[in-house]
Design a protein around this ligand. Structure first.
Ligand code: AMP
Length: 635
């Protein structure tokens, strides 16, 4: 009989997991992502729908053919929908007693059929990972879902080729993932779930291993999206004032994406920059957003969860102090402000032991394991005692699996080269909490060879996988050719407690110096990149600009070189910024010529007498032969 998989079919994102040797494991798709955006794009009649990240990417361009948040319409009829609920980017139909449908190119689709497309992708990802077919699933739904909505979810499973072995309430699944069924015989918990588009609060009672929902409340139109929208408005206001321009729909889409990214970064950082290159013609927009500014915008939105929490407590006839635990679920609960407000509402520290994005899917998977008969008593999950990562250019530690991640686990990241014509990348596997590679422990190293190419072009995916026994497998793959190496390293979990304590204590002790060193190395790398690119550009097009400008650029370059010698990070940042600003026109010129050369190559421009393709053929900086890699994230 095939394995049963656990699925969190979410409004914003979906995940799938499977029990492996007694542990719930979430499955990554072919791109190494465990979160699949619940977005489906319909390119047109006869063409297969696009699902997940690929669909999300085209949503801004083709909103009418791209369906997101379809979960809101599952099992619902036209008469049940408010005007507000009907406002989505794609056309919704269904009057009175008719079931809701989505009018897409070619034909109308039911919400179940659209959800089935998401489920089919998850099913295919698991099958690819397991190498066997899967026909049964546990799927989670919000506790407030009625029978029609639950049946629609089952039907979506059936359409995707999955028999739904059980429908489980999301808060129950989250509680299972937190291991709360192992707590006291009788306990009461609140599950606070703030996702992208919806907020749910559930009060559960655990009684002899069975969870009972005492009360639920929430808002199907409240979540991270509202915070993104508020920040987008603020950015649009700043951009309009800065560049004296009107904001069109395409610009709003770009601002929106950057707003969400900035919001996510501000959960870790206290301030961040938002950059919109070429926002108005050749003018770019750049602004700083602080966590405090974000919190001013987000507070009224998050505050709206308060009333729902109080109502659910009152429905369950409980005072906050009578709860045994408050657990956080949903990506938006990673925001520090949400922790603060939950603490205020419930008068206690929320439980943040699990990954809030993954708790529901892990719980669904555990439930699948219970149905399979594999899980009798919950297995105690082990965690990584120290962070694992690889060394990147400049001797920095790049964490791939953070400390305290539940194992088994799998995570990966893409890297590129830091110098031209690099032929291989050294994968130095590290364990520890320090910023510099040399201060962490080396678990082993190997080289991955690939075809030489200009820096920044090669793509090497590095994936770490820790199995249930704590064995670390490291895979490095050249994305272009598929050439890969896999190396098994000994236990990544077996570290003496004293050593872990020492490493963590040292990382705290040296935190200030470590961060300063990282900043210096990263800023220095940026200087190196900019100096190299400027020299190259001057060699290509220097003759086309006025000598005074060349001189000015040379003096800015000299300033960077001097700042490099000063070893003063602030000075170097200023010199970098000035060089960046002072070379805008030069960069535009190189771009224009490159564009022209491309057009000519394609026969779209007549005039020949071509200067050679300026970007690709002039090699102004010699390869240094230094081997190193730089992470692609955030680039
Ligand atoms: P979910 O519906 O649970 O997948 O949650 C998705 C929402 O969580 C989106 O609005 C994301 O922008 C938000 N989110 C994800 N990670 C973070 C983070 N680290 N900080 C703040 N919000 C986040």
């Amino acid at each position: 009989m095939s394995k049963i998989v656990g699925i969190d079919l979410g409004t914003t994102n979906s995940l799938v997991g499977v029990m492996d040797a007694g542990f719930p494991v979430l499955i990554a798709d072919a791109d190494g992502r465990r979160l699949t955006p619940s977005v489906v794009h319909f390119p047109g009649a006869g063409q297969a729908p696009l699902v997940g990240a690929a669909a999300k990417r085209v949503r801004g361009l083709k909103p009418r053919e791209t369906v997101s948040s379809i979960k809101r319409f599952m099992g619902r009829r036209g008469s049940e929908l408010s005007q507000e609920e009907m406002i989505v980017g794609y056309p919704i139909a269904g009057q009175g007693n008719e079931p809701v449908r989505v009018e897409l190119p070619g034909r109308a689709w039911s919400p179940e059929e659209i959800s089935a497309e998401v489920l089919k992708k998850l099913k295919a990802d698991v099958e690819r990972s397991l190498g066997e077919s899967v026909t049964r699933a546990v799927i989670t739904v919000p506790a407030y879902f009625n029978d029609a909505q639950r049946n629609a979810t089952k039907e979506a499973g059936r359409l995707a080729g999955l028999e739904v072995a059980r429908i489980v309430n999301e808060p129950t699944a989250a509680a299972l993932a937190y291991g709360l069924d192992r707590l006291k015989e009788k306990s009461k918990i609140a599950v606070y779930d703030l996702g992208g588009g919806t907020f749910d609060i559930s009060i559960l009672e655990l009684n002899e291993g069975v969870f009972q929902v005492l009360a639920t409340n929430g808002n199907t139109r409240l979540g991270g999206d509202d915070i993104d929208a508020a920040l987008t408005d603020e950015l649009a206001r700043r951009l309009a004032a800065d560049l004296k321009t009107n904001i069109d729909a395409a610009l709003v889409a770009r601002l929106h994406e950057e707003a969400e990214n900035a919001k996510i970064r501000l959960s870790m950082e206290t301030e961040t920059r938002v950059e919109i290159p070429f926002a108005k013609g050749e003018q770019s927009f750049s602004t700083t957003v602080t966590r405090e500014q974000l919190e001013i915008l987000a507070r009224p939105i998050v505050q709206r969860t308060r009333g729902h929490c109080l109502r659910s407590l009152s429905d369950a006839k409980l005072k906050p102090a009578e709860l045994d635990d408050v657990i956080l679920v949903g990506g938006q609960t990673r925001m520090p402000l949400v922790h603060t407000l939950v603490r205020e509402i419930f008068g206690r520290e929320p439980n943040t032991n699990a990954n809030p994005d993954e708790a529901v899917a892990l719980g669904a998977t555990i439930q699948a394991g219970i149905l399979e008969g594999g899980v009798q008593n919950m297995v105690l999950l082990d965690v990584t005692p120290l962070s694992l990562g690889i060394e990147t250019f400049g001797g920095l530690m790049n964490v791939i699996i953070p400390r305290n991640t539940t194992i088994p686990t799998k995570a990966g990241e893409l890297f590129t080269t830091a110098v031209d014509n690099q032929k291989s990348m050294k994968i130095q596997v590290l364990q520890g909490e320090r910023e510099l590679a040399k201060d962490n422990w080396s678990l082993g190293q190997f080289d991955l060879e690939f075809e030489p190419a200009p820096k920044g072009v090669p793509r090497v995916g590095v994936q770490f996988e820790i199995d249930a026994n704590g064995i670390l497998g490291v895979l490095a793959r050249d994305v272009k050719t598929g050439h890969q190496k896999v190396v098994q390293l000994t236990s990544a979990v077996d570290v003496r407690d004293e050593d872990v304590e020492k490493m963590v204590a040292e990382s705290v002790e040296h935190a200030f110096d470590d961060i300063a060193q990282r900043q210096w190395i990263e800023t220095k790398r940026k200087s190196g990149d900019m100096l190299g690119a400027t020299r190259k550009a001057l060699a290509q097009v220097g003759a086309l600009i006025v000598p005074a400008e060349v001189k000015e650029i040379e003096s800015l370059m000299h300033a960077v070189e001097q700042a490099l010698e000063s070893e003063n990070v602030a000075e170097l940042k200023v010199a970098n910024a000035k060089l960046d600003e002072g070379t805008q026109a030069l960069a535009d010129l190189v771009m224009d010529l490159a564009m022209e050369a491309q057009l000519r190559k394609k026969g779209l421009l007549d005039e020949p007498a071509a200067p050679p393709d300026p970007v690709l053929k002039t090699d102004a900086i010699a390869p240094t032969g230094v081997e190193g890699s730089i992470p692609l994230k955030g680039e």
